[in-house]
Write a protein that binds this ligand. Structure first.
Ligand SMILES: *Cc1c(COP(=O)(O)O)cnc(C)c1O
Length: 435
């Protein structure tokens, strides 16, 4: 078996995500045989550094020995049982841990990020309905936001390429300006710009709060927008506007949770607790699909009743899957045992130093929050993302630009030597693609 065989068979029988399948005629699929740490190994003997953590999910490397061992033990004990009418140790232990970490309670589980968004939106609306405010059923999201691609999540997403085609299927929502500091006026600081954006949100809620259930946002970094970063003041002010006008704040930490921004959760940097937190991606260390929504005791209490219709009847077949919960527990154990957040601060400064040579190239907005880095390539040649992706693979790197933004979101186990490889090869790729 080689890359080519598998790529052909895949094209014949698999419908790949986020892909124009016809494009695979000229940009072949890569067949990965095995993976270890930050490295993917293909069927032709090449290795590729997974610098985007396989779509932002992997935290502690591929085939991590500790997560593998935990999963193997779980596999011989209990693989899955339905969570209505039943419970099990992994889901209980995980829920206790997540409650301690987030300051919120009662974890509700789904399988993907998008289902977490759906759960949070439905719960928020249902909370207001149970409390005699059925008209509070609208949602506010930020410009260039991304919350997933099922219909409810897509309605609060603002990425044209994913959304516009399906517009006739979506409920209209309200978008307010993104605090992305690249959009600040000349001479305006990220903080002042964030405050100006927060004022627009406040004005909107002042006028419309009676119809609004929740504001949903990605704290500190809007990932799919091209790693748009913003000042924590926006979160602080959004929190106080939501309090003032009795509107929920939903923090979508699907991408930024679990240490990505430098703290366990991004909201910690603004010292706020949201009404709902959505978690997925890194939750299982990149092993298995699992998402969770945690909320306040006040929200939970509004559903606790004799009437079945006041209950949150949402369900997914695999809710609280034991294997996925075990992977999550093993992942959280690594955070504790290895003092990961401290270790990441050292890696962050190494990476910042290694990326310095990029500044000599014609790039803009080199930026960093925690373990996320990005830069923009102004006046990029036509077809830039695809060409860059292809050239990066030829240099042994998995990098997948979003428009003209190149970003790095490496697994936390990346070593100093691998950081050097990543930085040096990126410079070579960029030189080749822009000249
Ligand atoms: C990836 C992502 C989602 C959707 O998660 P899926 O598992 O792809 O459905 C939602 N919100 C944010 C911020 C994301 O990055």
């Amino acid at each position: 078996m080689n890359n080519n065989d598998l790529a052909q068979r895949s094209r014949s029988f698999v419908w790949h995500p986020c892909t124009q399948m016809k494009g695979l005629e000229t940009l072949p699929l890569l067949a990965i045989r095995r993976a270890e740490g930050v490295w993917l190994h293909d069927h032709d003997g090449n290795r590729i550094l997974d610098a985007i953590s396989s779509w932002w999910v992997n935290l502690f490397g591929h085939c991590n020995p500790r997560i593998n061992a935990a999963l193997k033990a779980q596999l011989d004990t209990l693989e899955h049982v339905m969570l209505a009418g039943f419970t099990h140790e992994p889901v209980v232990a995980l829920s206790e841990k997540l409650a301690r970490l987030t300051g919120l309670g009662h974890a509700f589980y789904g399988s993907d990020g998008a289902s977490a968004t759906e759960i949070a939106l439905k719960m928020s609306f249902h909370y207001w309905r149970n409390n005699g405010h059925p008209h509070k059923n609208g949602f506010v999201n930020l410009h260039q936001s991304y919350h997933g691609e099922t219909l409810g999540a897509l309605a609060v997403t603002d990425i044209a390429i994913f959304k516009d085609t399906y517009a006739p299927l979506l409920r209209g929502g309200v978008q307010v300006p993104s605090p992305d500091w690249r959009l600040a006026k000349d001479g305006e600081s990220p903080q002042i710009y964030a405050r100006r954006c927060a004022q627009v949100l406040d004005d909107y809620l002042a006028a419309h709060h009676e119809e609004i259930a929740a504001v949903i946002l990605e704290p500190l970094v809007q990932g799919a927008a091209g790693m748009a970063m913003y000042h924590a003041d926006y979160l602080r002010l959004a929190r106080s506007s939501c309090d003032r006008y009795q509107v929920h704040l939903i923090a979508d930490e699907i991408a930024v949770g679990f240490g990505r921004t430098g703290t366990m959760f991004a909201c910690e940097q603004a010292n706020i607790t949201p009404d709902f937190i959505c978690l997925s991606k890194g939750l299982t260390g990149g092993y298995l699909p699992l998402s969770a929504v945690l909320t306040t005791d006040a929200v939970y209490a509004a559903f606790y009743d004799d009437a079945v219709t006041r209950a949150f009847l949402h369900s997914h077949s695999y809710t609280g899957n034991a294997l996925a919960c075990r992977a999550a527990l093993a992942t959280l154990e690594i955070f504790e045992q290895d003092k990961v957040l401290d270790a990441n601060r050292v890696k962050q400064s190494r990476m910042n130093a290694a990326l310095e040579p990029l500044r000599e190239l014609p790039i803009k907005h080199l930026r960093n929050t925690g373990m996320i880095w990005a830069f923009d390539v102004p006046d990029a040649p036509a077809g830039f993302p695809r060409r860059f992706y292809q050239e990066a693979l030829a240099h042994g790197l998995l990098l997948r630009p979003i428009g003209n933004t190149v970003y790095f979101m490496p697994p936390y186990v990346i070593s100093d030597e691998e950081i050097e490889i990543l930085a040096e090869q990126t410079v070579s790729v960029l030189k080749k693609v822009i000249t």
